[in-house]
Design a binder for this molecule. Structure first.
Ligand code: DX5
Ligand code: ZN
Length: 225
C-alpha cells in the first residue's frame, strides 16, 4: 500500500521566510514540501526556480516535491537536480513526444520522476508512463486548473484517481488543488495517498491539526480497503 504523504504547498507560505516556514511545516508533521514552479508561460503565474530550491536545500533535509508547471521541463532537469530537488513532476501536456528521455534524465540526476495532468487531460494519457520499462513513480492529478492557490476543488477529477488506484494499487497518486478538511474524504476514498494542500494549511489557526486531519482521512480510507 502507498503510504500517506502530506505535502503543504509552499506557494501559500511566506516566501520571504521560506526556510523557517519549511522548518515549521516539518515540525507540524509534513512528510513532503510541495514546491510549485511556474514559468509564466505554461501557466500565467510566475513563481520560483532552481536558485530558490538550492537556497532552501541548505536549510532543510525535507523531501522537496517539485511540481513543474513549465513549457520546457527538460531544460530544468539538470538545474533542479543540482539544486537538490527530490521529486521532479512534469506535465504530460508538454511532454507527449519526449517523456521517455525526460524520465531517464530525471532519474540520472537522482530525482524521483512524476507526471501531472491538467483537469482537461484524459487519465489514459498517463498509462504508458506508469507502465513503461522506466516508469514514473508518481501521478499528480490536478484538482484545479494549475496556476494559483486558493481555488475550488473539482470533485469530478476523482474518477481519474479511482481509475488509477484500481489499475495500480501501490502507485503514489497525488492530488493538488482545493484540498482541505472539507474535501479530503472524497479524495482519500477515491484512493489518493499524497495530499497537497496550500491555503487550507497555511490559512488555518492550527496548521498541525489540519495536517493530521488529512493524514487520518487517507489512513482511514486505506484501512477500509
Ligand atoms: C496550483 C498549485 C497548487 C496550489 C494548491 O497550480 O499546483 O499546488 O498551491 O493550493 P491550494 O491548496 O490553496 O488549492
Ligand atoms: Zn502543485
Amino acid at each position: 500500500m502507498a503510504a500517506a504523504k502530506i505535502a503543504p504547498s509552499m506557494l501559500s507560505s511566506d516566501f520571504a521566510n521560506l526556510a523557517s516556514e519549511a522548518e515549521r511545516m516539518v515540525r507540524l508533521g509534513a512528510d513532503w514540501l510541495h514546491m510549485d514552479i511556474m514559468d509564466g508561460h505554461f501557466v500565467p503565474n510566475l513563481t520560483i526556480g532552481a536558485p530558490v530550491i538550492q537556497s532552501l536545500r541548505k536549510h532543510t533535509k525535507a523531501y522537496l516535491d517539485c511540481h513543474l508547471m513549465v513549457t520546457n521541463p527538460s531544460d530544468y532537469v539538470e538545474p533542479f537536480g543540482k539544486a537538490g530537488a527530490s521529486g521532479f513532476t512534469f506535465h504530460i501536456e508538454v511532454a507527449r513526444d519526449n517523456w521517455q528521455d525526460l524520465i531517464q534524465s530525471i532519474k540520472s540526476k537522482g530525482m524521483r520522476p512524476g507526471v501531472s495532468l491538467r483537469p482537461g487531460t484524459p487519465v489514459e494519457e498517463v498509462f504508458p508512463l506508469v507502465e513503461a520499462e522506466n516508469p514514473v513513480e508518481l501521478v499528480l492529478v490536478m484538482t484545479v486548473e494549475p496556476g494559483f492557490g486558493g481555488q475550488k476543488f473539482m470533485p469530478e477529477m476523482m474518477d481519474k484517481v479511482r481509475t488509477l488506484r484500481k489499475k495500480y494499487p501501490s502507485l503514489d497518486i497525488e492530488v493538488d488543488g482545493g484540498l482541505g478538511p472539507s474535501t479530503i474524504d472524497v479524495a482519500a476514498a477515491a484512493g489518493a495517498n499524497c495530499i497537497v494542500a496550500g491555503s487550507s494549511i497555511f490559512g488555518a489557526a492550527d496548521p498541525g491539526a489540519v495536517i493530521s486531519v488529512l493524514r487520518k482521512s487517507v489512513e482511514g480510507s486505506q484501512n477500509k480497503n
